[in-house]
Design a protein around this ligand. Structure first.
Ligand SMILES: C[S@@+](CC[C@H](N)C(=O)[O-])C[C@H]1O[C@@H](n2cnc3c(N)ncnc32)[C@H](O)[C@@H]1O
Length: 302
C-alpha cells in the first residue's frame, strides 16, 4: 500500500512570473533555492549542497559522524517500541529512511515539493526492491516546518539543517509548534551551523548562522529545555588526510562565511587563513560548527 500523501501546497506556487525575485519574502526565496537544488541535481545522493565541494571520503566521514552522534544522543529514544518521528525539513529523506529502518513510524515534511517528489521516488524504489516494510513506515508531505499542527503526535522531532534557513520569528514559531506536537516525554533533535558571532546572509540563499545560545533561548521560551549539545564539525586535521578535499573553485571551505573585518575562525583553522585569502582574495569571517541540540519537553506543570 502506498502511504505517500501529497497535501495541497502551504506555500505559493513556484512560477510567479514577472516578479522581482529579490523582492520576494525570505521564505519564498529559500524555498526556490531548495527546489533548484533538487531540480538542477546539485543536491544529490550526497545530501547537501556544500558537500559537492568535498571529496567523497570526507562526505562519508561526515555522514558517519552524524550517524554516530544521533545514535549516541537518541540511544534511549531509539529503543522505544512504536516510536513516532517527525522529520521536519526532510530534504531527500536521508534521515526519514534511516529512522524507518530503525522501525519508527515516520512523518516527513519539507516545504520544497521537489524534495518531496525526490523522497517519493526513493520510496517507490524501496517498494520495487522488496523493502516495502521500511517504505510503508513513511508518509511524506509538503509542509512548512513552522506550520506543523499534529498535536501530541510524536515521540521525536528531528530537524536537521533547517532552522538556519528560518528567520527568528519562524524559529520561535517552530519551537512552539514542535513543543505542542510532542508527547509529554518527547524530544526534539536539531542540527544547525552555529557560530560564536551571529551572521545573517540575504539573497538567493537566505541563511542565519546563529549562536548556540540564541537557539537555546528560543526553545526554552517555548517549553523545551536543552539537555545536551554536541558539535559535529570535522576538523581540518582530518580533512587534510584526505587528498582532493581542497577544490580550487574559489570556495575552498564550503562552510566558510565571509564577514569583512572579522576574524572569528575557530583556533585550529587559523593556519588556513593566509592560504584561503591568497587563493580567493577574500577573508574568512567564520567557520560554523555543525551542532546537534537535544531538547526535552518540559512538563506542563513545571
Ligand atoms: C540542509 S537541508 C537538510 C535536509 C535533511 N534534513 C538532512 O539533514 O539531510 C535543509 C532542508 O530544509 C528544507 N527547509 C528549509 N526551510 C524549510 C521550511 N520552512 N519548512 C520546511 N522545510 C524547510 C529545505 O527544503 C531542505 O530540504
Amino acid at each position: 500500500m502506498r502511504r505517500t500523501e501529497n497535501t495541497a501546497p502551504t506555500v505559493p506556487p513556484n512560477n510567479v512570473s514577472g516578479l522581482d525575485e529579490t523582492a520576494l519574502p525570505e521564505a519564498e526565496r529559500s524555498r526556490r533555492f531548495w527546489d533548484a537544488q533538487v531540480r538542477d541535481r546539485r543536491y544529490t545522493s550526497l545530501d547537501g549542497p556544500g558537500m559537492l565541494l568535498f571529496d567523497d571520503r570526507l562526505v562519508a566521514l561526515r555522514r558517519g559522524r552524524e550517524e554516530t552522534t544521533i545514535q549516541y544522543l537518541l540511544d534511549d529514544v531509539l529503543r522505544k517500541t512504536s516510536l513516532r518521528v517527525l522529520d521536519a525539513g526532510c530534504g531527500t529523506g536521508r534521515w526519514s529512511f534511516w529512522f524507518a529502518r530503525h522501525g519508527a513510524q515516520v512523518t516527513a515534511i519539507d516545504f520544497s515539493q521537489e524534495m518531496i517528489d525526490r523522497c517519493c521516488e526513493r520510496q517507490q524504489g524501496l517498494w520495487e526492491s522488496g523493502e516495502s516494510g521500511t517504505a510503508n513506515l513513511i508518509t511524506f508531505r509538503q509542509q512548512n516546518a513552522w506550520q506543523v499542527d499534529d498535536d501530541g503526535e510524536f515521540d521525536l522531532i528531528f530537524c536537521g539543517g533547517v532552522l538556519q534557513c528560518l528567520d527568528d520569528i519562524h524559529v520561535s514559531e517552530f519551537a512552539q509548534r514542535a513543543s505542542r506536537a510532542l508527547q509529554p516525554d518527547g524530544v526534539v533533535l536539531t542540527r544547525d551551523s552555529v557560530l560564536c558571532r551571529r551572521f545573517d546572509q540575504d539573497g538567493d540563499y537566505p541563511v542565519h548562522y546563529r549562536r548556540a545560545a540564541e537557539y537555546e533561548s528560543a526553545f526554552s521560551a517555548n517549553g523545551l529545555t536543552k539537555v545536551q549539545d554536541v558539535g559535529a564539525w570535522i576538523h581540518p586535521q582530518f580533512i587534510t588526510k584526505l587528498p582532493g578535499w581542497f577544490p580550487l573553485s574559489g570556495r575552498p571551505l564550503a562552510f566558510a562565511v565571509d564577514v569583512d573585518g572579522w576574524l572569528l575562525t575557530h583556533a585550529p583553522l587559523r593556519w588556513l587563513l593566509p592560504l584561503y585569502q591568497r587563493l580567493t582574495g577574500r577573508g574568512i569571517g567564520a567557520v560554523p560548527d555543525h551542532r546537534f541540540f537535544l531538547y526535552r519537553r518540559r512538563s506542563q506543570d513545571a
